[in-house]
Ligand binder design. Structure first.
Ligand code: ADP
Length: 360
């Protein structure tokens, strides 16, 4: 007969699953119970991982059987996402555990497309997700997610409810203004409009809110990174050198405001000719990798330059939704999971657990 203590001790020498794609250690195994030769345990994973549950289950089962081959194992794999640290002095937003900024050094690198597909991939992996389109000069998320109508407002209540699309919540400056309103807002006005969007939207208990920042690394982006309680930031780049120079500025900006870089994504890396199938690195290769090494930031991976990504986005059904089994969707899912694993490694935020002390 094997005891619970033996099982707990056995787990302590488990090497765990530790790679950029999957992360589970003995510390995530809770509530161990043993009845005869049956072991029950909860596995609490701190990031969305639905596509990995079978690997987690079979690895743990195989490991426990090294203790005794006749052991039967029943695991309850739970996704438990907690709030992570934000800049000192900022408070978490109600209804949102983690805010992740998606940034780029310049426009046109595919930041919004990546933000949308990553948000949908996080949801597919088991998280509750929202997206905020802060790209105030060119809000493209309403088109990509086919957002229709206005956010709903209840009489006498403050704020508005976000729209929903494909299982995620979404809000964009694009749904709050008329289409023909000229985008003449500048500097502080842009920031205050975005602050209002953030403050007044009533998110419904999100694990992650993905914020699609305006492109560039100017004052607007700096102010937003200082004022929004970000848990981390992801930088999207193309492999061209010029884009990489801009990205360095982005990395520096987040460093300055103490927002952890969860990773760099290289978009439009390889092109496969739809006629002949030949694959070419038309913008050069390896740039994102080198940059990540130089700055000691994680390199989350590459996305191909593929017409299907653009076509599906333009028609309002992003590829993660319209072609769920394609290798490109798999690439987005991997990127999203790697990003959330990086976040799971950063410190936890506990300030929301302390009661407010009111002095009278
Ligand atoms: P940004 O937010 O950086 O300005 P967008 O996400 O709006 O860029 O993308 C710019 C254009 O490039 C869009 O037409 C989009 O559909 C397209 N696009 C983005 N990523 C890819 C990709 N990997 N392959 C093909 N087209 C892409």
């Amino acid at each position: 007969m094997i005891s619970e203590i033996q099982v707990v001790e056995h787990f302590k020498s488990w090497a765990g699953l530790n790679s950029p794609d999957i992360y589970v250690t003995h510390e995530h195994i809770k509530a161990i119970q043993v009845r005869e030769n049956l072991v029950f345990a909860d596995v609490e994973v701190g990031y969305p991982c639905l596509s990995q549950t079978e690997t987690i289950r079979s690895t743990i089962e195989t490991y426990l059987k090294t203790l005794h081959p006749s052991l039967q194992v029943q695991l309850n794999i739970k996704i438990v996402i907690v709030p992570h640290k934000v800049r000192h002095g900022l408070k978490l937003m109600p209804g949102v555990k983690n805010i992740i900024a998606v940034a780029s050094g310049k426009g046109g690198v595919g930041k919004s497309t990546t933000a949308v597909n990553i948000a949908l991939a996080l949801q597919r992996e088991g998280a509750s997700v929202g997206i905020l389109d802060a790209d105030i000069y060119g809000p493209s998320i309403p088109t990509m997610l086919r957002l229709e109508g206005k956010p709903s407002v209840e009489e006498g209540e403050k704020g508005w409810w976000p729209l929903t699309a494909y299982g995620i919540e979404a809000i964009s400056i694009g749904v709050l203004i008329e289409e023909d309103t000229p985008m003449v807002w500048r500097g502080p006005m842009v920031t205050s409009a975005l602050e209002q969007l953030l403050r007044e939207t009533r998110w419904r208990n999100l694990d992650y809110l993905v914020v699609d920042l305006p492109p560039g690394t100017g004052d607007i982006q700096l102010t937003l990174s200082q004022k929004v309680p970000l848990s981390g930031a992801v930088i999207v780049t193309t492999p061209q050198d010029i884009a990489l120079l801009d990205v360095k500025k982005g990395l520096k900006m987040f460093e300055k405001v103490n927002v952890p870089i969860l990773g760099i994504i290289e978009n439009m890396s390889l092109h496969t000719c739809s006629q002949c199938g030949h694959t070419e690195a038309i913008f050069g290769s390896g740039g994102g990798h080198h940059l990540a090494e130089d700055y000691n930031a994680p390199f989350l991976g590459q996305l191909p330059l593929d017409i299907k990504i653009r076509e599906h986005s333009d028609s309002g059904t992003p590829i993660v939704i319209s072609d769920p089994l394609s290798p490109i969707t798999q690439a987005y899912i991997n990127l999203a999971r790697r990003m959330s694993i990086q976040l799971a490694h950063t410190g936890r935020e506990f300030s929301h657990k302390f009661p407010q002390i009111i002095m009278q």
